[in-house]
Write a protein that binds this ligand. Structure first.
Ligand code: MSP
Length: 505
């Protein structure tokens, strides 16, 4: 199977922060999961470099927009390996391949009679790069603002329009046919009621600034930054050549986005695609927003979380784990240092790391560093084996649905069972009373540790790889294909090092 997963492309008006890191890591987790499931996976991210917001930011710094975006895009590019993410392509909307693709998409829409020239008059938020109806705004001290507090300005200019109003029925059909492609369900319902409420044609070009992809055949217009940006997903797999092997293999893709940009992805984007005779997205997952110690993250409040700082302080896998265990994917979450330390100590240090440490050390010391598989299982062992099987099944279901927190919770439940089993079986006592039984018990626990490490791998790749190396399982063996084979033969064990030192609370 092939799988194409994308992050939104990030605006380069400012430095990357924890919100950007969150989306990229989410996609890395799903991409790694699919890769170890032997799917042919393509993971795309990149930067959104056109539009008024970016142009303004360049002007503020008295820089030429191209030099400015080159510099800023690099910050996002460099962050990826630091986040432990393995991508397949990084796209920039100022690249020629993208300009060609965006113009080709425009021409196709035009050919299909989906675009017309008229005048736009209404509210626009540069911060959101979005048009607003007055009914969506609030008036404070005589000025209008969006619900999230973005200022808006009144614009009046000649503009091309996309005939979005004609796509209402087709969009509803798409949602039904693709069996609710929008997750989570609450967001799906919001999108559906928005579409059912009726759609207005969408302004898709601007004339009052130049920093954008030129509209084919009319030099006075640049494309509205959202049609330009959304097209990146097509560019990266070779559009407009829809016969190339990547396009055939990977389209349609799965888009992961923040809740704030769901409408662009779940309404405008599928409509553009269908209007250009292309298949709409396979799935769209909308995640929630992070606050910092209860407050909205914003530059003006000075509480932006720098991914470099937080990862240097707590560790990469610790932060990756925290972000996806702490909050159900799709819900808003609150970032606090206290919660990171508490969560990491409880789950990664005590439940997972400590179990590995004590079992491996015990086997090295008392069993010549190796354990043979055993069939001599008691009823209790068999029940534990069943618990392992069902835990793997529900993990895989949850990963497919992007219920990332539930996947992690399930692994921790299993590891807690393993810890309770060790305590009740007390292998240190069996050492003298029943050494054969002791080996069966250790085998059972190793089975859980190895399988849990593989399930944890997409979330905490460096630590899981390290843990698996204690059992002489190398990275290329991390797969669901040979999952059971890994524990079919003698398991040789190396002396472990502590994986997750505890944080002082
Ligand atoms: N450029 C557009 C996307 C175009 S995709 C064709 C854009 N860029 S952005 O840089 O403003 O935001 C990118 C992503 O970061 C969005 O999905 C947004 O939800 C996410 N986040 C920004 N701040 C966030 C938090 N505080 N918390 C979680 N995610 C947040 O929108």
């Amino acid at each position: 199977m092939s799988y194409f997963i994308t992050t939104p492309i990030y605006y380069v008006n400012d430095a990357p922060h924890i919100g950007h890191a969150y989306t990229t890591i989410a996609c890395d987790i799903v991409s790694r999961y699919n890769k170890i499931d032997d799917d042919d996976t393509f993971f795309l991210t990149g930067t959104d470099e056109h539009g008024q917001k970016v142009e303004k930011a360049a002007l503020m710094q008295k820089k030429n927009p191209q030099d400015f975006v080159n510099e800023m895009s690099k910050n996002f590019r460099d962050l990826i390996p630091f986040l432990g993410c393995e991508i397949n392509d990084f796209i920039r909307t100022t690249e020629q391949r993208h300009i060609n693709a965006a113009q080709a998409l425009w021409k196709k829409l035009d050919e299909n009679n989906q675009i017309y020239l008229s005048n736009y008059e209404g509210w626009y938020s540069v911060r959101d790069e979005a048009f607003y109806q007055e009914s969506e705004l609030q008036k404070i001290d005589g000025k209008f603002f969006t619900e999230d507090g973005s200022p808006v300005e009144w614009i009046k200019e000649e503009s091309y329009f996309f005939k979005l109003s004609e796509w209402q029925d087709k969009l509803i059909e798409y949602y039904e046919q693709y069996q609710r492609p929008i997750y989570p369900e609450t967001r799906y319902n919001e999108v559906l009621s928005f579409v059912k409420g009726g759609l207005k044609d969408l302004s898709i070009s601007r004339t009052t600034f130049r920093w954008g992809v030129p509209v084919p055949n009319n030099k006075n217009h640049v494309m509205y930054v959202w049609i330009d940006a959304l097209c990146n997903y097509l560019t990266a797999i070779g559009y407009p050549d829809t016969n190339n092997s990547n396009f055939k293999k990977y389209w349609p893709g799965v888009h992961v986005v923040g809740k704030d940009i769901l409408r662009f992805h779940a309404v405008y984007w599928p409509a553009f695609l269908m209007a250009a005779d292309l298949e709409p997205p396979k799935k769209i997952f909308a995640h929630g927003w992070w606050t910092n110690e209860g407050q909205k993250i914003s530059k003006s409040l000075g509480n932006v979380i720098d991914p470099y700082e937080i990862i240097n302080e707590y560790g990469l896998d610790q932060i990756r784990y925290f972000l996806f265990r702490e909050v159900p994917f799709g819900k808003d979450g609150n970032f606090s240092k206290q919660s990171i330390a508490t969560r990491v100590n409880a789950d990664l240090s005590n439940t997972y790391g400590n179990l590995i440490q004590r079992i491996c050390t015990f086997v090295v010391k008392n069993c010549e560093s190796k354990i043979m598989p055993s069939n001599n299982l008691t009823e209790e062992d068999k029940a534990l084996e069943e618990a392992i099987e069902s835990s793997v099944i529900s993990y895989r279901y949850n990963m497919g649905e992007m219920n990332l927190d539930s996947s992690l919770k399930g692994i921790m439940v299993l590891l807690n069972e393993a810890n309770a089993y060790v305590d009740s079986q007390a292998p240190w006592k069996l050492k003298t009373t029943d050494p054969d039984r002791m080996k069966v018990v250790l085998y059972m626990v190793l089975n859980i540790i190895i399988k849990s490490s593989i399930m944890l791998y997409p979330f905490i790749p460096q630590s899981a790889e390290k843990a698996l190396s204690y059992f002489n399982i190398s990275k290329d063996k991390i797969s669901f294909n040979n999952f059971s084979l890994l524990i079919k033969n003698e398991i040789k064990i190396n002396n472990p090092e502590p994986l997750f030192p505890r944080f002082e609370l």
